[in-house]
Design a protein around this ligand. Structure first.
Ligand code: IPM
Ligand code: MG
Length: 354
């Protein structure tokens, strides 16, 4: 298992350090795990003048899987766009062909009171958001800021999806649903956007190949509302890049904290990049208070999807459940009566229970 480790910026280094300890513990048990480190994001810019340095690209291409922390920081906010940390993230996604982004929103029973929604609305929640990750308005050309003939300036981006892009992610969605509750809800804005009308047509066609899966369609505004009204109606949500970006942040809060949510970004051969759904949180960086569990749970997803080791994935997830049952909580999921711990102590506890 050759794993490229890209801690990135802010709390990225702290949370990845704890996830790396989990990998090292597994190596101690006899798994052949190789970790190689490289820079990305602001750290890439600082080290090599590029948020996605050539050396990082080479390492990531050669690895079986990538473990990523987070990118971004205040000091980079004024750089020209190509040098911004976020560009490093978008380029590695595109460069590795990671078109299928799996973002589970799973509520751990121990955290039912950490959600801003009533316990009965969210208890037992288990949604998989499948976000297309290498197309849509994120990458569509043309885009830019220009001056019109009348002298007025305008900004513009292009939303577009090709048939093959929609098809391949739809197949992933239906296959995931087969291993779950056999429901796919495709989210679009087909009442307004041509891109979405086309998306719906292609997803419907692919759905005919999966007669065992219930396919429904929902407009994105309604989906945003349903996620907070009755989130348990969803099983797999299949959607494009920009809608998935927004809905996955929303869904994360149903579970109490974005600090709990892992993600997997897969190519056509299950090579993947694994990262927490949250960002680099520069405001709390270096304080040892970040929650490392999303990153540790991302390692579990890596074992499940890239290395096909469901047994190890479950072992990691069980270890996390166990420390939650023991009452350990980082600040983001803390409630009265629990034991508040920092990032490193949380990592210790997971390694121990593993
Ligand atoms: C995410 C993030 C990224 C995105 C940013 C940091 C480029 O919000 O992974 O959801 O928009 O995809
Ligand atoms: Mg986002």
């Amino acid at each position: 298992m050759k794993i490229a480790v890209l801690p990135g910026d802010g709390i990225g280094t702290e949370i990845v350090a704890q996830a790396a300890r989990v990998l090292e513990a597994l190596r101690g048990d006899g798994l052949k795990i190789e970790l190689e480190y490289a820079h990305i994001g602001g750290a890439g810019y600082d080290a090599a003048g590029d948020p996605f340095p050539a050396a990082t690209e080479k390492l990531a291409l050669a690895a079986d899987a990538v473990l990523l922390g987070a990118v971004g920081g205040y000091q980079y906010d004024t750089l020209p766009r190509p040098m911004r940390p976020e560009q490093g993230l978008l380029r590695i996604r595109k460069g590795l062909g990671l078109f299928a982004n799996l973002r589970p929103a799973l509520l751990y029973p121990e955290l039912v009171n950490a959600s801003t929604l009533r316990p009965e609305a969210v208890s037992g929640l288990d949604i998989m958001i499948l976000r297309e990750l290498t197309g849509d308005i994120y990458f569509g050309q043309p885009r830019g800021i220009r001056t019109l003939d009348n002298g007025e300036r305008e900004g513009f981006d292009t939303m577009r999806y090709s048939e093959s892009e929609i098809r391949r992610v739809a197949h992933v969605g239906f296959r995931i649903a087969r291993k779950r509750n056999k429901k796919v809800c495709s989210v679009d804005k087909a009442n307004v956007l041509d891109t979405s009308m086309f998306w719906r047509e292609i997803v419907t066609g692919v759905g005919k190949e999966y007669p065992d899966i219930g396919l429904s369609h929902m407009y994105v505004d309604n989906a945003a509302m349903q996620l907070v009204r009755a989130p348990k109606q969803f099983d797999v949500i299949l959607t494009g890049n920009i809608f998935g970006d927004i809905l996955s942040d929303e869904a994360s809060m149903l579970t109490g904290s974005i600090g709990m949510l892992p993600s997997a970004s897969l190519d056509a051969n299950n090579k993947g990049m694994y990262e927490p759904c949250h960002g680099s949180a520069p405001d709390i960086a270096g304080k040892d208070i970040a929650n490392p569990l999303a990153t540790i749970l991302s390692v579990a997803m890596m074992m499940r999807y890239t290395f096909a080791r469901e047994d190890i994935a479950q072992r990691i997830e069980d270890a996390v459940r166990k420390v939650l049952r023991q009452g350990l909580r980082t600040a983001d999921i803390y409630e009265d009566g629990m034991r508040k711990v920092g990032c490193a102590t949380m990592g210790d506890a997971v390694v121990k229970s593993l």
